[in-house]
Ligand binder design. Structure first.
Ligand code: NAD
Length: 512
C-alpha cells in the first residue's frame, strides 16, 4: 500500500469487488462475470468490477428515461446548483481521486490532480452556463408576429470514454448535459472502470440529497460490446464518444444509421512547427512536455516536430540532451517525469512503431526500448524515443499512443504548413515563432487545419473555457467551453402571431 492508495480507495467507496451498473445510489447485479482492473504502475490487481449485461442495460435505460421526465422540468439554474455541489464534492476528494486516476491509468499524481481540477473547473463553468442557455430573438417578416428560438434538452446522453482521461472527459460531458436538462449513461474505458465507479459514488448522493430520482447519472461497464448497446440504441439521441479513430468510425456509423447525433473526439497527430524565429528555450520546453508528458498518451501529445533547417540541429541536440535527463518510474513518486504505458498491448504497439519507422528509413536520435528490473515489473515502462523521419512515412501518418517523437526538416514556411496539415488527423497544433507574419499565417484560413491552434505554447493541455475537439479523422466534435453546450440540446424555432390576420410567409396568397 504505497502512497496510501488503499485508504483512498476506501474513502472513494471502491471495494475489492464492485458491481459495475448503477442508476445512482442503486447498484444492479447483472449476474455477469467480474473482471480485474490492473494497475500499469506495478502490475497489481486493484479491484474487480462486474460487467453490465444486456438486461441490466435495459433497466438502466428505462430508469434514465423516467428520470428525464422529471429532471427536464427542474429549472436550469436549480440544476446548476446541484452541479455546484458536485464541484464542491470533487474539491473534497481531489487528492483521493487524483491518486486513483494516477494508479489506475499510470499518469503522474500531478496530472491526476490536474484532471480532477479540470472536473472542478467545468462544474464551475456549467453553474454559470445554467443561467445562460440563451436563444436568439429575430425580427419576423410578418406584422404582429414574434419569432425566437429556444433550447430544450435532448434526453439520454450516452458517454463512451477512453482510458487516458478516465474522469475529466466524463465531467466535460455531464456537467454540461446536466445543466442542459439531459440525463447521462456513462461507459468508461474497460481499462479504467474504478475511476468511473468512484465518480458515480461522488455524484449519486448529491442527486439523492436533493430528492432527485434515480437515473440522472448512470454507469455501465464493459468493453466495446457494452459501448455498442449505446451506439445502436435509438433511445439515446446523443452519443459522445472519445477514443481512437477506429472506434469513432464504428460508433459514428452505428449512430448515423439511426440518424442520431454523435459527438466524436478521436485521435490526433499533433505537430509543432519550430521556425527559424522561434524562442528555442520555449520551443524545447513545449516540445518536451508535449511529447513525453503522460508517456505520450494524450490525444494532444506532440507527435511531430516540423523544424526549420537553420535551427534543426540545435533543436535535435538540445532535445536529445533533455531526454537523457528524464527519470522514468512510478508516477505516484513525484521525482519521476515519465510513468508507464497503460498495458502490455500498448508496449507492443510502441515497439512495432519503432520497428516500422526504421524500416521506412527513420534514424534514431534517442533510441527507444522497454525497461526491466526493479520498479519496472509491470512491463509497461518504456523509454521516450526520438526519430528523424519524413512526413509521408506510413507510421508518421498514424497516431501511435506512446512517447515517440518524429523530427521533420523544412526549408520554406509554405512547406512547413503543408507538412503540418499533411496527415489525416486534425486535433491540436502549435507554432513556435516570434515573427508576427508567421504566427498570423499559421492561424489564418491558409494555416493550421486543426481544431486547436496555439502560438508559443505546445500542443497538449487545453483549458476548459474553449471548445475542445478537432477536424478530419479527429471526428469534428466539440466539448467543454464556448458554446459546446449546444450539442447537448435541441433547438426549437417559435413564431407567435399576436395579430388578427394570418399572413403567410414569403408573401404567398392563398385566398378561396
Ligand atoms: P479506444 O478507441 O480503444 O476505446 C475508447 C472507448 O471506446 C472505450 O470505452 C471502448 O470500450 C469503446 N469502444 C471501442 N470500440 C467501440 C465500439 N465499436 N462501439 C462502442 N464503443 C467502443 O481508445 P483508448 O485506447 O481507450 O484511448 C486512446 C484513444 O483515444 C487515442 O486515439 C486518443 O487520441 C483518443 N482520445 C481522444 C480525445 C479527444 O478528445 N479527441 C481524448 C482522449 C483520447
Amino acid at each position: 500500500n504505497r502512497f496510501g492508495i488503499a485508504e483512498s480507495l476506501e474513502r472513494l467507496g471502491v471495494k475489492s469487488k464492485n458491481l459495475g451498473s448503477s442508476t445512482g445510489e442503486s447498484w444492479l447485479d447483472s449476474g455477469k462475470d467480474f473482471f480485474s482492473s490492473v494497475s500499469p504502475v506495478d502490475g497489481s490487481i486493484i479491484a474487480q468490477v462486474q460487467e453490465t449485461s444486456a438486461e441490466t442495460y435495459e433497466s438502466v435505460i428505462s430508469t434514465a428515461q423516467m428520470a428525464f421526465e422529471k429532471w427536464r422540468l427542474v429549472p436550469a439554474p436549480k440544476r446548476g446548483e446541484i452541479v455546484r455541489e458536485i464541484g464542491n464534492a470533487l474539491r473534497e476528494v481531489k487528492a483521493d481521486l487524483g491518486k486513483l486516476v494516477s494508479f489506475e491509468m499510470g499518469k503522474s499524481y500531478q496530472e491526476g490532480l490536474g484532471e480532477v481540477q479540470e472536473m472542478i473547473d467545468i462544474c464551475d463553468f456549467a453553474v454559470g452556463l445554467s443561467r445562460q442557455l440563451y436563444g436568439l430573438t429575430m425580427p419576423s417578416e410578418r406584422p404582429g408576429h414574434r419569432m425566437y428560438e429556444q433550447w430544450h434538452p435532448l434526453g439520454i446522453v450516452g458517454i463512451i470514454s477512453a482510458f487516458n482521461f478516465p474522469v475529466a472527459v466524463w465531467s466535460w460531458n455531464v456537467a454540461l448535459a446536466w445543466v442542459c436538462g439531459d440525463v447521462t449513461v456513462w461507459k468508461p474505458s474497460e481499462k479504467a472502470p474504478l475511476s468511473g465507479i468512484a465518480c458515480q459514488h461522488i455524484v449519486s448522493h448529491i442527486f439523492k440529497k436533493h430528492g432527485m430520482p434515480e437515473g440522472i447519472s448512470s454507469l455501465i461497464v464493459g468493453d466495446y460490446k457494452v459501448g455498442e448497446l449505446l451506439s445502436h440504441d435509438p433511445r439515446v439521441p446523443l452519443v459522445s464518444a472519445t477514443g481512437s479513430t477506429r472506434m469513432g468510425k464504428l460508433v459514428g456509423k452505428a449512430v448515423g444509421e439511426r440518424l442520431g447525433r454523435a459527438l466524436l473526439e478521436l485521435g490526433g497527430n499533433n505537430a509543432i512547427i519550430i521556425t527559424e524565429n522561434a524562442d528555442l528555450d520555449m520551443a524545447i520546453r513545449g516540445a518536451l512536455f508535449g511529447a513525453v508528458g503522460t508517456a505520450g498518451q494524450r490525444c494532444t501529445s506532440t507527435r511531430r516536430l516540423i523544424i526549420h533547417e537553420k535551427v534543426y540541429d540545435e533543436v535535435k541536440n538540445r532535445l536529445a540532451s533533455a531526454y537523457s535527463k528524464l527519470v522514468i518510474g512510478d508516477p505516484l513518486d513525484e521525482r519521476n517525469h515519465v510513468g508507464p504505458l497503460i498495458d502490455r498491448a500498448a508496449v507492443e504497439m510502441y515497439l512495432k512503431a519503432i520497428e516500422k519507422v526504421k524500416e521506412e528509413g527513420g534514424k534514431a536520435v534517442v533510441e527507444g526500448g522497454v525497461l526491466s528490473g526493479a520498479g519496472y515489473e509491470s512491463g509497461c515502462y518504456v523509454k521516450p524515443a526520438i526519430y528523424e523521419a519524413e512526413n509521408h512515412f506510413e507510421i508518421v501518418q498514424h497516431e501511435t499512443f506512446a512517447p515517440i517523437l518524429y523530427l521533420i526538416k523544412y526549408k520554406t514556411f509554405a512547406e512547413a504548413i503543408a507538412l503540418h496539415n499533411g496527415v489525416p488527423q486534425g486535433l491540436s497544433s502549435a507554432i513556435m515563432t516570434t515573427n508576427m507574419r508567421e504566427a498570423e499565417t499559421f492561424l489564418s484560413v491558409a494555416g493550421s487545419d486543426c481544431g486547436i491552434a496555439n502560438v508559443n505554447i505546445g500542443t497538449s493541455g487545453a483549458e476548459i473555457g474553449g471548445a475542445f475537439g478537432g477536424e478530419k479523422e479527429t471526428g469534428g466534435g466539440r466539448e467543454s467551453g464556448s458554446d459546446a453546450w449546444k450539442a447537448y440540446m435541441r433547438r426549437q424555432t417559435n413564431t407567435i402571431n399576436y395579430s388578427t390576420e394570418l399572413p403567410l410567409a414569403q408573401g404567398i396568397k392563398f385566398d378561396i
